[in-house]
Design a protein around this ligand. Structure first.
Ligand SMILES: *Cc1c(COP(=O)(O)O)cnc(C)c1O
Length: 364
């Protein structure tokens, strides 16, 4: 286990904080990814010394050589999780170790070194304790956590870097649904793909998001919030949506794509599968073609469609656009199952319900 050097920002140089406490029905102005706390956790990797120099220092710019390999060959991976201020003002993490396990799988795929999970979690908890005053109040709000690893060796030539920087930055984020649950409109991409079997799809790496921007912008211009990706080989099977996995509740079956290698194995996806099965639903991880989906929509058999991910937990889909046609889902309303899953997972995350899965960990 690592030793962490701590250098705190002097009291009189703390950053101004956004408003973190709001009245019951007051809309927050935190948004997402706009604010970052006073400190950050870092450690360095060299071939000879492994991970070293673990430290928490004031949040600041990173000194980087312009030849650093991340800028040229894209070795960059990240994670996204949250710390929740919940019951009795305690601070909770939800399945944080699973995020670092996935981080290590992403690292392996990108030829980057693994981190020691205990050390990463220790660094994260220390950072949360030091910046705990940044954690917003109120269910739905949270401290967003972004662990990241980048290649730092200053050298050109395509090969894995020999040095890396690991860092964790954190910042307060607002409630995803300030005005209540709001179904999204999604656009089925039939020209662009996100990831191909054998590619990087199952890694949380920057390249996948660079890849997705163009289609997302096109969809936005047409008035859609998210892109639903089809598999890249047949342009046939539904895979995932934007930065979320996706579920289809059709007749009496809840269907989501299997982990084919081209989709991101979401932790919320896994939680939803386990919870829904425990509630007695039939959940199938199976291929679902867009034609089969449209057929079920036309027959009125699609009860609900929803995305899953850390940011929103559950994101109901109200409308789907495919090849020139708009399809309304669940009358554009929020389905019962979506609501039930959202409430249950959110209650777990804020320590409001007993946790039979041992997913929730109290930090403070
Ligand atoms: C992060 C992410 C998800 C959701 O993962 P969670 O662990 O549930 O937050 C799904 N799809 C993509 C492409 C992602 O980047």
């Amino acid at each position: 286990m690592i030793n962490i050097k701590i250098e705190k920002r002097p009291e009189n140089q703390l950053k101004p904080k956004p408003k973190l406490k709001y009245a019951e029905n007051e809309k927050d102005e935190l948004g997402f990814g706009k604010y970052f706390s006073d400190h950050m956790f870092l450690m360095d990797y060299t071939k000879d010394h492994g991970w070293n120099n673990a430290r928490i220092i004031p949040y600041s710019d990173l000194p980087m050589d312009p030849a650093a390999m991340v800028f040229h060959y894209g070795q960059a991976i990240f994670e996204g999780l949250k710390a929740y201020r919940g019951k009795d003002d305690h601070i909770f993490l939800f399945r944080a170790r699973n995020n670092f396990e996935r981080f290590n799988r992403s690292a392996k795929r990108l030829c980057m070194p693994r981190v020691d999970i205990d050390s990463a979690v220790k660094g994260l908890k220390e950072l949360i304790k030091i910046d705990k005053d940044w954690i917003p109040y109120g269910t739905g709000r949270a401290l967003y956590i972004r662990p990241t690893m980048i290649a730092t060796e200053p050298a050109l030539g395509v090969r894995p870097s020999s040095t890396y920087l690991f860092f964790i930055i954190v910042g307060p984020v607002g409630a995803y649904y300030p005005e209540g649950f709001n179904p999204v409109k999604i656009y089925v991409a039939d020209k662009y793909v996100r990831a191909v079997r054998g590619g990087l799809g199952e890694a949380k790496t920057a390249a996948n998001y660079a890849h997705s921007l163009y289609a997302a912008e096109e969809a936005k211009q047409l008035g859609f919030t998210q892109v639903l990706w089809l598999d890249a080989i047949n342009m046939k099977y539904v895979e995932e949506v934007g930065t979320m996995n996706i579920f289809f509740y059709i007749n009496d079956e809840i269907i989501t794509s299997p982990l084919t290698g081209s989709i991101l194995p979401g932790i919320t996806r896994d939680s939803v599968i386990r919870i829904a099965r425990d509630w007695g639903y039939k959940v199938s991880e199976r291929l679902l073609s867009i034609d089969e989906l449209i057929h079920h929509i036309e027959k009125g058999e699609v009860k609900e469609i929803f995305g899953t991910g850390t940011a929103a937990i559950i994101s109901p889909v109200g409308e789907l656009y495919y090849r020139g046609k708009n399809y309304s889902i669940a009358d554009g309303k929020v389905g019962e199952l979506s609501k039930k899953l959202f409430d249950y997972i959110q209650d777990l995350q804020y320590g409001m319900k007993p946790d039979p899965y041992e997913w929730v960990e109290q930090v403070i």
